[in-house]
Design a protein around this ligand. Sequence first.
Ligand code: B12
Ligand code: SF4
Ligand code: SF4
Length: 376
Amino acid sequence: MLTSEDIKRFCRSIDIDLVGVTDVQPFTKWRKEMGLGQKNGWVRVPPSMLPNDDESMEAWADPGRFLPSARSIIVIGIRYLTPVPEREGGEDGGGMVAREHWYDFYPYLDGKKDLLIGYLKRNGAEAIDVKLPVKAAAHRSGVGVYGKNTNIQNEDFGSWLLFRTVVTDLELRLDEESEPRCGACQRCLRLCPTKAIKEPYVLDSSRCLSTILSSPGPVPFEHRVAIGMRILGCDLCQEVCPRNESVSPLIDLENRFVVGLGDRLDLQWVVKAGPEELRGLLARSGHPSLDPDLLRRNAVIAMGNSGDLSFIETLESTLLDGQTLVRGHAAWALAMLGSMDSVPVLSTMVGTETDPQVRVELEWAVSRLMEDRPVA
Ligand code: B12
Ligand code: SF4
Ligand code: SF4
């Protein structure tokens, strides 16, 4: 019968960076936090992340629900800190993409998980991929510890880690959970642009930009400026973490990963792109089922935050976009860029716009620009 050591050796042979083993006890603390968070509105999971079957998030807490003979959970992790791609002309002002979408990390990790399941089955074990609260499993299996930003971090790779789990009927030697190591540091709590980390280790995910950028509907006014140039995901609480400072980026990427979204996307291109084009792009991201219009909405907000007046022409033509969501945010973005030249077109649109929500945005934009106009 396979042992924990056999499995770890196999995982190393297929370039899995971290492996830990834990038992199949239900994740009761996670279930309690989840229940509490859902009741109070601070655990909000974007629809693109919800399970696509009939399971509720809370059912995830029971690792043995599909395999009564389950004895152990194997947690596997890959690191994903990659260098910022070099581009001609140096930095550009494109829309910022969170690191998990730069390459096809998730399909890569799923490939490794499938190889592991195949290996376990070939050796006579039952092995299945069950949705679990993977951070709680990673913490319990000793591959990392919770940081106060609620991400799992590890001594060698910081928090730039992605995980998957495999449930098996093998009785394996269990690894031990380690102690949190943030110490007195509070940087992520202090620097989070929306103050989403409500207390150490507890995220108000309804305020987290990662949720906001992938949730449908209009972005609440109070969060639009905090979005800055981000168009998908947010890495700030990891970028500022001292535990990530000495982590060396991966090299030899071509032999491992397929390029995904890259670190920046051209905002004009995103706003003008068709749904199929954007779906093709998102298929290589960590959110393959994200509604493409949300990416366009986000790009419009980033234009508004850019201070770059060359976006005005695109934004003015976007006031006629087929999607109300995108039109409404274009009005906001024009107001943020602050050019009085946009007032006539915005005022005209107030008269012709049929969607009440977009009209509110247009009226707000006009009054904001008029308030700011220089006194003659
Ligand atoms: C829902 C979800 C989100 C939501 C909510 C995130 C959250 N922190 O819960 C949103 C959309 C905001 C999100 C954002 C991101 N996500 Co996400 N997300 C998930 C998902 C699907 C479930 C997470 C979950 O269970 N949340 C519910 C809360 C209640 O769970 P929890 O944080 O584990 O709760 C524990 C803590 O509160 C802790 N706790 C409470 N008090 C205390 C006190 C002490 C002392 C200790 C030690 C612990 C502790 O105990 C609780 C129970 O275990 C997982 C994948 C999965 N299947 O698990 C990925 C996952 C967590 N996401 C991931 C990533 C990469 C991200 C982003 C970095 C993406 C980005 N760049 O935008 C951000 C990070 C934002 C952040 N600061 O957390 C990775 C994290 C990897 C890692 N190193 O931890 C995961 C694991 C995906 C994966 N397969 O690898 N995500
Ligand atoms: S991902 Fe961004 S918005 Fe979310 S908690 Fe971290 S810093 Fe705050
Ligand atoms: S920034 Fe500080 S408090 Fe936050 S996770 Fe890193 S070490 Fe912990």
